[in-house]
Ligand binder design. Structure first.
Ligand code: AMP
Ligand code: FE
Ligand code: FE
Ligand code: ZN
Length: 282
């Protein structure tokens, strides 16, 4: 992901230090602008805390910032992550639900630190919290703590070994079901899209259920997708009347393989997503 890699003007999936990314929201927007991105969704996990800073940074640089959040769910459907677009950072009822999800993240990471200690890994919760800098906690912060202590040779290795689902240190997420995630986004006026559908187990069976409760998009364009998976997602989008969305899933550590704007997303995607917004009732 060098500075010479090509970039496209739309990126609808990115993370900052407000969740498990490494850049501040402002630095994320400045990096995106420098690469030619003009429409950027900040989609931090379970938080909208970075949106105001990102919007402000975008204003001076001609970057339109779309407020978003990625809601991770873990169930018999595997990992179904829901991107909610156009949700409002000042919506107090939504913030209450997001705070609950962040508290669950904190408890889960705390439990994983305890298990790591029992397994002989000297990782302290205090250090993990320092690494997270107040962001919504997750395994990426544990991976960094394990890496700096030399228990793994790379960030990726931590996910493949000590932090893997099959590892004795793993603790399952408590939170929303895939359908509840879609409903939460819709209830608060947002437009939900299924992130990186390749991580779902039983995609063809789950998708119609998600569509029935308001799913509007499917992330067809994604750095780790094979051409076949992108085609399969585009076919599912046609079948179910979904907007094909896409993005880099940039976190700042080179994970997911691509830099900001490096995944092609058709510019008309923005308008298509906007047309799927529901007008507030009442
Ligand atoms: P968690 O929410 O704690 O389960 O951690 C999930 C986060 O870890 C996601 O946001 C991913 O960006 C990151 N992640 C998951 N799997 C990997 C992996 N194999 N390599 C690098 N990052 C990963
Ligand atoms: Fe993440
Ligand atoms: Fe995700
Ligand atoms: Zn993501």
């Amino acid at each position: 992901m060098g500075p010479l890699s090509v970039a496209y003007p739309v990126d609808l999936h990115t993370h900052s230090v407000c969740s498990d990314g490494t850049l501040s929201p402002g630095d994320l927007v400045r990096r995106a602008a420098g690469r030619g991105v003009r429409v950027l969704a900040l989609s931090d996990h379970d938080t909208l805390a970075g949106v105001a800073e990102a919007v402000a940074a975008g204003e001076g640089l001609g970057v339109r910032l779309i407020s978003a959040s990625e809601l991770n769910t873990e169930s018999e459907w595997g990992d179904a992550h829901v991107l909610g677009y156009f949700i409002d950072p000042t919506d107090a009822a939504l913030e209450e639900r997001l705070r609950w999800l962040r508290e669950n993240r904190g408890r889960r990471v705390e439990l994983m630190v305890q298990k790591l200690k029992q397994l002989g890994y000297g990782v302290s919760l205090d250090r993990v919290l320092e690494i997270a800098q107040g962001g919504a906690l997750g395994r990426p912060h544990l991976a960094e703590a394990l890496l700096e202590k030399g228990y793994v040779h790379s960030y990726e290795e931590a996910f493949d070994t000590i932090l893997a689902k099959s590892s004795p240190a793993y603790v399952a997420r408590v939170g929303l079901s895939p359908l509840e995630a879609v409903e939460l986004v819709r209830r608060h006026g947002g437009v939900p899209s299924l992130a990186h559908p390749g991580t779902v187990v039983g995609l063809e069976a789950l998708l119609p259920k998600m569509v029935a409760v308001g799913l509007a998009g499917i992330e067809a364009y994604y750095g780790e997708h094979s051409p076949e998976l992108t085609e399969r997602c585009l076919a599912l989008a046609r079948t179910h009347g979904l907007v094909p969305t896409g993005g880099s899933d940039f976190h700042g550590r080179g994970e997911h393989g691509v830099d900001l704007g490096a995944v092609f997303v058709p510019p008309e995607t923005i308008q298509m997503l906007e047309s799927r917004r529901m007008r507030p009732s009442g």
